[in-house]
Write a protein that binds this ligand. Structure first.
Ligand SMILES: [Zn+2]
Ligand SMILES: [Zn+2]
Length: 289
């Protein structure tokens, strides 16, 4: 590969940094301070065959648009540098296959397949990193409006919206209309009627409008691999009581939502160790030798 001219942005023209809760993109400070083509005006003036002057948008405006899409997507700060190229699959075949599917999903989207993906698997297998990587590509590379919402923070936003006198319809407008929506941590929460109701509204709207939605969840189709709110503690005292507390995704969101999910996404299971646990990190490395 050719050595990039700009070491900061790899010649993409875009620099991304973690800023507060969300990753923030900007024009690269190394090579994009002012556009060489339009002198930073954003427009080029051309004469037509009658000698009249016409303003044409400069290509740098497209860059600004994609940067805006990235910033509007609300990708978690933690994953500001996540790309398909630097994704560490640590010899995990199911993660590798999920990554390939994610990478290929734009082609499907482009060919009119509106159905999204649902990544299921335990805590720390890389699901949130994966969906953040997808949104980076969707916004910056393909120019598609996207939105990332962690399910429980979405619920808190709706609650605080009520306090400001906003209706659910107002609050869910951007969620309903965005081209590609990510719901991270589906099934998390207290599973109250209100929570299930909100989820049902969002999912039904997206489903009826044939809009692409991508989910991640710690719940799977099997109790033994579902790492729920109360399950999966590492104190070794889990035992029978713990496995009884575990729920499948269908138990977590109930049958109606579950069957919608089946109809609007492909389920992808990611197995693997919790990479946030240093003990697993050690085990993974030592197995490779
Ligand atoms: Zn640069
Ligand atoms: Zn320009």
């Amino acid at each position: 590969m050719k050595k990039p001219k700009c070491a900061i942005c790899n010649d993409t023209g875009i620099e991304i940094v973690p800023r507060g809760r969300f990753a923030a993109a900007d024009r690269c400070s190394g090579c994009q301070t002012s556009c060489q083509i339009c002198d930073g005006t954003g427009y080029l003036f051309e004469l037509d065959e009658n000698g009249r002057e016409h303003a044409q948008k400069c290509q740098c405006q497209d860059l600004s648009y994609r940067i805006m899409l990235y910033n509007n997507a609300q990708i978690p700060s933690q994953f500001y540098d996540a790309t398909f190229e630097n994704f560490d699959i640590s010899g995990n075949p199911s993660l590798k296959s999920a990554l390939d599917t994610a990478r290929f999903s734009f082609k499907n989207y482009q060919n009119g397949k509106w159905e999204g993906l649902l990544f299921m698997g335990g805590v720390g297998v890389g699901k949130t990193r994966l969906v953040s990587t997808m949104l980076r590509d969707y916004t910056l590379k393909y120019g598609i409006p996207c939105l990332f919402k962690e399910f429980s923070s979405l619920l808190s936003e709706i609650k605080s919206g009520y306090d400001k006198g906003l209706s659910e319809t107002n609050l869910l407008e951007s969620i309903n209309n965005i081209d590609i929506l990510v719901i991270d941590e589906l099934g998390k929460g207290r599973k109250s009627d209100w929570e299930i109701n909100i989820l049902d509204t969002i999912i039904s709207n997206r489903y009826n409008m044939r809009k692409t939605t991508i989910f991640t969840t710690n719940y799977t189709d099997s109790k033994s691999t579902s790492l729920g709110e109360t399950a999966g503690q590492k104190d070794g005292k889990g035992g029978a009581a713990e496995s009884e507390r575990r729920e499948t995704l269908e138990q977590r969101v109930y049958s109606r939502i579950y069957s919608r999910l089946k109809g609007m996404t492909d389920f992808i299971v990611i197995n693997g160790p919790d990479f946030r646990d240093p003990r697993n990190r050690y085990t993974t490395r030592s197995k490779k030798r």
